[in-house]
Design a protein around this ligand. Structure first.
Ligand SMILES: NC(=O)c1ccc[n+]([C@@H]2O[C@H](COP(=O)([O-])OP(=O)(O)OC[C@H]3O[C@@H](n4cnc5c(N)ncnc54)[C@H](OP(=O)(O)O)[C@@H]3O)[C@@H](O)[C@H]2O)c1
Length: 258
């Protein structure tokens, strides 16, 4: 039986693509998401191709249900050696229609979902003294993005959380890897009207991410052009950052001038 990886959000986009990539590299893969059909189809595809895959449905915001699904996958495929907390959602927030409940929902999936995914496998990894935790964060967490405020905040939280975990868990044999992709061509960004520079396919991303996982990288920002752009963006003074970023707020959403 191969090294066992569990991937949340494996029914589509980056998660499905990473499952294919890890399977091709010899991992057995446990697939989690809410929709059964695409998970079943992906598991069949991987098993037919000589890999080893199993799937369970789970909502990452349901702490108990997620824990049960992970335990079932471990019973089937063996102890989880690699958790990829990938499930995520996006949503726009505009000042005039601001909805705190929607912000909380995005935080729940994107941040609490990562925490619960880690919680489900951490005790076993600590007992064995080895393992790897990977969270798919985003470059959107580097600075506050207007109209993506909740998404941006959730990814900043994920990256900071993972950094803290990395410091504590590394010496105990558990590597923590934070992946911060730029724009990836998946359903998540289909409705985005703003430019998406350096867009990668999920397959291109997965190849690079799998390499970073196997190298047990602490932090991996991809592509390098986006890493450079973010390095610059982080150094912009607030007055300039605000001016540049305001152009991404749709004119129809700017409200009357004071
Ligand atoms: N696309 C990008 O440009 C980009 C850039 C940087 C980071 N990311 C991050 O990469 C991750 C994957 O995004 P993607 O682009 O692959 O998006 P996607 O194609 O929309 O896929 C999202 C995945 O998350 C799952 N999911 C959503 N809510 C869930 C929940 N409550 N419980 C369990 N699973 C849930 C979905 O499955 P079900 O609907 O079946 O549950 C689906 O498998 C996200 O964390 C995203 O923030 C994406």
């Amino acid at each position: 039986m191969g090294y066992h990886a569990i991937i949340t959000g494996a029914s589509a986009g980056i998660g499905a693509s990473l499952a294919r990539e890890l399977s091709s590299r010899g991992y057995s893969v446990g697939l989690l998401a809410r929709r059964a059909e695409p998970l079943e189809a992906l598991a069949e595809e991987l098993n037919a191709g000589g890999g080893q895959a199993a799937w369970r449905t789970a909502d990452v915001t349901d702490r108990e249900g997620l824990g049960e699904a992970v335990a079932e996958l471990e019973a089937e495929l063996g102890p989880c050696e690699l958790m990829v907390a990938n499930a995520g959602v996006i949503g726009l927030q505009f000042a005039d229609t601001f909805d705190g409940g929607e912000v909380a929902r995005i935080m729940d999936v994107n941040f609490n979902g990562v925490v619960y995914s880690i919680e489900a496998v951490l005790p076993g990894m600590l007992e064995r003294g080895r393992g790897q935790l990977v969270a798919i964060s985003s470059v959107a967490g580097f600075r506050g993005l207007p109209t993506w405020s909740a998404y941006s905040a959730s990814k900043a939280a994920v990256s900071t959380f993972m950094e803290a975990m990395r410091v504590e868990l590394g010496p105990r044999g558990i590597a923590c890897t934070t992946v911060q992709p730029g724009f990836i061509d998946t359903d998540l960004v289909k409705g985005n009207k703003n430019p998406m520079p350096f867009l990668l396919t999920p397959e291109e991303l997965s190849r690079r991410v799998a390499g970073a996982i196997q190298g047990r990288a602490g932090e991996f920002t991809v592509p390098w052009q986006m890493k450079g752009l973010m390095w610059l963006t982080r150094r912009l003074p607030n007055w300039l950052y605000d001016r540049v970023m305001y152009s991404s707020v749709p004119k129809s959403r700017r409200g009357p001038k004071p």
